[in-house]
Structure formats: C-alpha cells, structure tokens
Write a protein that binds this ligand. Structure first.
Ligand SMILES: C[S@@+](CC[C@H](N)C(=O)[O-])C[C@H]1O[C@@H](n2cnc3c(N)ncnc32)[C@H](O)[C@@H]1O
Length: 246
C-alpha cells in the first residue's frame, strides 16, 4: 500500500522521537556481541526494521549485511540505502528472504506488533541458518519498571501488560524449535539529559504513550519536567530486555 502524507509525517516524527543516538547504544552493541559472533559479511535479518536505526548500527558495528524487512512504506522509505543494507517490503509472518541464509535475526520493539507470533517463529526458523540466534529487544510485562516511559508515565506499564510475556514469546518460538538462551536487561542512554528526553517525546509515535488518556500523559510530562529541573545533569538512561533464542 502506498504511503500517505500523514504516514510520511509519522515516520519522520518516529525517527526524531524514537531513534536512540548511536552513542547511547554502547551497552546494546556489547550485549549483542556477547551473544553472537557476527563476522564482516555475515547476514542479519532485521524484522520490523522501522526507519533502519538498528540496521545501520549493525552494519557499522559488525560490518554485516542487513536485510531490513519493514511493512510500512513510509518507515521503509527512511531506511538508509547503503551497500550493506537492503530494505524489503514484508512482514514477520511472511519474510521475503531465502531459506537458511541468515546468521542472526533482530526484532527491535516489534514482538507486540506481530499478530501471529508462531507464524513469525516458523518463518525465522526457515530463514536462519541452523543454530543462528533470534535477538529480541522488547519491553515485557512485569519487567519494564526501569523503562523511563514507565517511570514517568506509570500507566504505560498497563500497556506493556498487554504485550506478549517472555513466557508467551518463548512458547511461540518453541513451537518452531527455538529454545531460550538468555534474557538480560540492557541500558541505553536515550538522551544526554532528561530535559532533552522530554523535548523529544512524541506521544503519537509510541504505543506505550499513545494509549494513555490525556490526563495520564500530561501528568507524566509534568513529572518528567520536574525531574529534569531537579537533576539537570542526569542522563536519560532507560532499560529494555534482550531475549535470545536459538
Ligand atoms: C516500534 S517500531 C520498531 C522499529 C525498529 N525496529 C526500531 O527498533 O526502531 C515497530 C515496527 O514494526 C513494524 N511492524 C508492524 N507489524 C509488523 C509485522 N507483522 N512484521 C514486521 N514488522 C511489523 C511497524 O511497521 C514498525 O515499523
């Protein structure tokens, strides 16, 4: 489906609000490197690649090639086109990727968007080489208290409670022969300070904030601005989980 002007505006806003500055992802680089040895030229499938922030990061960090699969045309249009990154129209449940070609799969903040997680797991089994890992970066119910959005907008926890849990995600992937290898909380520096973080909040680009009512959202913004004034030098550090299956 062709993207509308509103879709393009959303994608631009998503990029401004949600892409983490590369310097803030140092711990994620180390966490991924600890789980999988990605040599230059290896192939990573980025499922639900969005605007391609992690596709670019993987290509830069590890010298890998990335197939960035993204169903939304406007998001896909912002994925950087380089020699190492190919942007493909597709969904997790039907990946436009050949059998047994990939050395790892990356699913960043996408598990809760996938309607049929078992179908996605079957597709990942098909496209991954034997033993290659699935790396899932996501918020999970019961494990999101250190997510900055939950800290300042407590109603966001209610939204995460509706996401697939670690156990549900593992069960869906077990149906395609994957087992849980690791689960770690990993920090990211979302902004150099809380005021910058607050300036970048765009409610509509974030499923966790979009679902709050106006009062919850405004209350959270006031709480965030107050904390920013009290601790002006404190970096905006947030945590998400890395779940690894193989
Ligand atoms: C929250 S964004 C995450 C984007 C990117 N991975 C990141 O970390 O910035 C979720 C993305 O998943 C995509 N998406 C939604 N349903 C999907 C599906 N069934 N398969 C693959 N991607 C999907 C959306 O279009 C959106 O770009």
């Amino acid at each position: 489906m062709e993207a509308t002007a509103a879709d393009h505006r959303f994608a631009e806003e998503y990029r401004l609000a949600r892409e983490i500055p590369r310097d803030g992802l140092t711990a994620w680089r180390a966490a991924v490197a600890a789980e999988v040895a990605l040599s230059p030229g290896a192939l990573v499938v980025d499922v639900g690649a969005g605007t391609g922030a992690f596709a670019s990061a993987f290509a830069d960090w590890f010298g890998v090639r990335v197939l960035a699969v993204e169903p939304a045309a406007a998001m896909r249009a912002l994925i950087p086109r380089t020699a190492d990154i190919e942007a493909l129209d597709g969904r997790a449940e039907a990946l436009p990727v050949p059998d047994h070609c990939a050395d790892a799969a990356w699913l960043g903040s996408v598990v809760h968007h996938i309607d049929d997680l078992r179908a996605a797991a079957r597709e990942l089994r098909r496209v991954l080489k034997p033993g290659a890992p699935v790396l899932i970066r996501n918020s999970f119910p019961g494990r999101c208290a250190r997510d900055l959005r939950v800290r300042f907008f407590p109603g966001a926890e209610r939204i995460v409670d509706g996401y697939p849990s670690v156990e549900e995600t593992c069960a869906a992937f077990a149906s395609a022969g994957f087992s849980r290898v690791a689960l770690h909380a990993v920090p990211q520096e979302s902004a150099p300070d809380l005021a910058t973080f607050a300036d970048r909040v765009r409610r509509d680009t974030d499923a966790k904030l979009r679902a709050l009512d106006d009062e919850e959202f405004e209350h959270g913004m006031r709480r965030l601005r107050r904390a920013a004034a009290q601790e002006p030098d404190r970096p905006a550090v947030s945590w998400m989980d890395l779940l690894v299956l193989s």
